[in-house]
Design a binder for this molecule. Structure first.
Ligand code: ADP
Ligand code: ASP
Ligand code: MG
Length: 424
């Protein structure tokens, strides 16, 4: 008997009909002789709608209460799925994250899983139930308040449960047939990647490929949980995210230099203008940012135009944190001694990822040539051993992704299918 954790994303349970369709699929897994744990997301765009509602009531909602509100989305879909399963004649019980033993830090909106104490789930499985867990949520170890794990984090709930329950693998059901060489919503000729290493998938997720939540991939790698990403709308084989054997790795590298192109529109750029060009100035700026608990991504320093002996320092960060960063820097403007702050959220990041670039020179040149031919101007650049990222004008993101995808020979003939979802 196998033990399988399956996660169904919001677009797979967008309405009553979809919930009944998914229920049939789950029953088939159970009847094949498996113990089944389901992690469920909120229906369709419910989380966005709840967020919009909160913002209409309060411009800066109290984080604790926002988590109380947002977690109701997953609670709804979990209970509805349990009802649909019962109607199909199987035993099913839904649990909140807290009931399922998902213990987290206390950071509302972005809590981390510290531990899973799955006692209740295991006894429910022993009773023969199909267990349904509301994704994206947990309970703080210290405050005992309800927390959320960050947008898209039901994936992380699923992998963490799979690890805690010693499941054979974790299936992530979504609205496309797996992980593709680029977002199929932007590149219809994207190819499905049959198997990808944790390392490459981590870079893809970190660079904005929202098919998997970043922490889910980190968790899967650390706990060695194989993840199968596939569509809930088809029976096609999906993508295995796992440790690749040397043969698989070799085949992947030979097939293509670049494994995928990712993009991210969720970042913004802040420029600190005319910073005195002394040792310690950059440290002072980024101390302020760190104390505000903000993660930054890229940094660029340029000679300041017009001001002798001064530099401009630009950095990117999640748009959602930009206001906090600017307020924190403004408060220290006199002490640090910069002249002004500029803010631009009309930027996007485009990244190419592939272990193949380790051993092949010229990848950067090919990437930049492709962008130049597509008339895309590069604003910032950063690289790692297996990734090159550029910041460009937000309006150029789609063109840049398409150009890079073609330049590295990733275009396929068949159209990648997007079965549902609004891409929101
Ligand atoms: P779910 O609601 O199932 O969690 P998400 O919307 O979070 O689904 O993630 C699936 C979406 O991820 C796809 O519809 C697709 O637009 C997007 N996506 C971005 N990059 C990729 C990629 N490289 N491969 C597949 N899908 C991708
Ligand atoms: N419902 C949550 C969100 O929209 C979590 C998830 O879908 O994974 O972010
Ligand atoms: Mg998702």
């Amino acid at each position: 008997m196998g033990r399988i954790v399956q996660k169904f994303g919001g677009s797979s349970v967008a309405d009553a009909e979809s919930i009944k369709r998914v229920a049939k699929r789950i029953v088939a897994t159970k009847q094949a002789g498996n113990e089944v744990v389901i992690v469920i997301s909120a229906m369709g765009d419910t989380t966005d709608d709840l967020m919009d509602l909160a913002l209409r009531v309060s411009p800066q909602p109290e984080p604790r209460e926002l988590d109380m509100l947002l977690t109701t989305g997953e609670r709804q879909s979990a209970a509805l799925l349990a009802m649909a399963l019962s109607d199909l004649g199987v035993r099913a019980k839904s649990y909140t994250g807290s009931q399922a033993g998902v213990i987290t830090t206390g950071t509302h909106g972005n809590a981390r899983i510290i531990d899973i104490t799955p006692g209740r789930i295991v006894s429910s499985l022993d009773d023969g139930d199909i267990v349904i867990v509301a994704g994206f949520q947990g309970v703080s170890q210290t405050t005992k308040d309800i927390t959320t794990l960050g947008r898209g984090a039901s994936d992380t709930t699923a992998v963490a449960l799979a690890a805690a329950l010693g499941a054979d693998f974790c299936e992530i059901y979504t609205d496309v047939d797996g992980v593709f060489t680029a977002d199929p919503r932007i590149v219809p000729g994207a190819r499905r990647i049959p198997a990808i290493s944790y390392e490459e998938m981590l870079e893809m997720a970190a660079c904005g490929a929202k098919i998997l939540h970043l922490r889910c991939v980190e968790y899967a790698r650390r706990e060695n949980v194989p993840v199968h990403v596939r569509s809930s709308f088809s029976d096609k084989p999906g993508t295995w995210v796992k440790d690749l054997s040397p043969v698989e790795q070799g085949a992947a590298v030979e097939q293509a230099l670049i494994s995928g192109v990712a993009h991210d529109r969720s970042e913004a750029k802040v420029t600190v203008v005319a910073v005195p060009d002394h040792p310690g100035e950059a440290a002072a700026i980024f101390d302020v940012i760190a104390r505000a608990d903000i993660n930054i991504d890229m940094i660029v320093q340029n000679v300041s135009r017009g001001a002798e002996g001064r530099t401009d320092i630009s950095f990117t960060l999640p748009s959602a944190d930009a206001r906090k960063a600017i307020e924190a820097l403004r408060a220290e403007q006199d002490r640090i001694g910069f002249a002004d702050l500029l803010f631009d959220d009309q930027v996007g990041k485009v990244s190419i990822i592939g272990v193949g670039m380790r051993s092949h020179p010229g990848v950067t040149a090919s990437f930049f040539n492709a962008l130049a031919a597509a008339d895309v101007n590069i604003d910032m650049i950063s690289t790692s051993e297996i990734r090159i990222s550029v910041v460009v004008d937000e309006a150029d993101v789609d063109r840049a992704v398409q150009a890079a995808h073609t330049a590295f020979g990733l275009d396929a003939d068949g159209e990648a299918v997007v079965y549902a979802g609004t891409g929101r």
